[in-house]
Write a protein that binds this ligand. Sequence first.
Ligand SMILES: Cc1cc2nc3c(=O)[nH]c(=O)nc-3n(C[C@H](O)[C@H](O)[C@H](O)COP(=O)(O)OP(=O)(O)OC[C@H]3O[C@@H](n4cnc5c(N)ncnc54)[C@H](O)[C@@H]3O)c2cc1C
Length: 431
Amino acid sequence: MRDDAPPLSYSDPVWKRPGRERVLSSDIEAGETVDVAVVGAGFQGLSTALHAARRGMSVRVLEALTVGEGASGLNGGQVIPGFKYDPEWLYSHFGEARGEALASFGASTADVVFDLIETHALDVEYRRAGWIQAAHTEAAMDSAAERNRQWQARGADVALLNAAEIALLTGAAGYLGGWLDRRAGVINPLAFAAELARLAVEAGARIAEEHRVTSLKRADDIWYVGTASGVVRARQVVIATNAYSHGLVTGLEQSLVALHSFQIATAPLSAAETAAILEHGQAVSDSRRILVYYRKTPDGRLILGGRGRMTVPDDPRDWKHLEYALKRIYPALSGIAIERRWFGRVAMTPDHLPHIHMPEKGLLIAAGCQGRGIGLMTALGQRFAEYLQSGDTAVLPFPVSPILPIPLHRFRRFGVAGLIAWYRMLDGMER
Ligand SMILES: Cc1cc2nc3c(=O)[nH]c(=O)nc-3n(C[C@H](O)[C@H](O)[C@H](O)COP(=O)(O)OP(=O)(O)OC[C@H]3O[C@@H](n4cnc5c(N)ncnc54)[C@H](O)[C@@H]3O)c2cc1C
């Protein structure tokens, strides 16, 4: 098992990197031995480290780049509970008990994030005004109504919006209605990652940035986690590399499709635009096959994201499709300057659910959060810590499954590119 991938280069997220993040980092000591080594310092790795350290375990986090430099610091900051699937699908697919456990775990994920921010007064800009899934077709409206019925039956604070209500909340024309989930909200994701790291260090975990793990082997129930500047011995290892997984665990990267999600940030909106667009601070995703998602930032910009090309972008024109989407949704913003463009990787699985693997004793992996990882991975980190201490798989929300490489994975770039083009055409026909 080895990983020799060069760091992925990407452009310029709108989130400002806090100046003090390096203070958290400490080098590996000779002969360092810990209860848990965590590979990757995104929400998953940091939340696992925080909660494991709070449970009294000694923890070392090893990060190839810096804290939050993977998807966790690049994302759109929309904290959305739940999964792609609604509760009744979960009951029918997983059975009553597991389905119910999954539905309540899904319902709790945004709470975990906002509770951490509020309980510890974290230095993270946030607003919990809800998330709108905007419907642009009758079929999408029917799905919104069905989703609303199922979550209302569980007592969730959700509502169905008609065309006038969604127009008032979003300031966008053309939606038939949508679904408002008031449990959701928005955060500055990079600040949240930095603050999770600070909390983890305060709880006793040690983090080594710029320590890419290049080898992983087990002997006599001890894991040897190798980097260019030292080896950490650990009783248990958590691989929290998600869409940035490469080579370290056999078949993991091939079990995922790492899509590229692109984002743009406008210049700050004028006072009139600010009042007309998303006045109450909701985040929005639309119902198109190739969906776009958007929100306002506290400094008054509109940020909008969506799928992008599968190769690494190298020209501002690679983000043009998002500028067109922005103009379609908000024609009044047609002339606004785009000040930032960036992208990152999102791990998808064929069944659209996160996967948990334990390919060997003492090796724990979760991957595939389908673009909803802020709540999901933070909440999963809590459960991972519980499992690492108790060894009880019943505390894990998802069943443990074998790593199943996707057939013809090598050709995924062409397959996905073709599918995206086809979906864009269908979306265009429904406009
Ligand atoms: C552009 C974009 C927009 C998104 N928008 C949203 C959103 O609005 N809401 C939402 O909920 N989710 C969103 N997501 C998804 C979300 O960001 C991810 O699901 C989440 O951040 C995953 O967290 P993680 O800790 O599992 O992985 P990551 O944050 O990706 O962390 C993995 C880490 O592992 C490190 N690593 C990899 N290999 C090694 C190695 N060999 N040694 C050491 N370290 C290694 C990487 O450097 C990286 O820091 C978005 C993602 C992207 C890319």
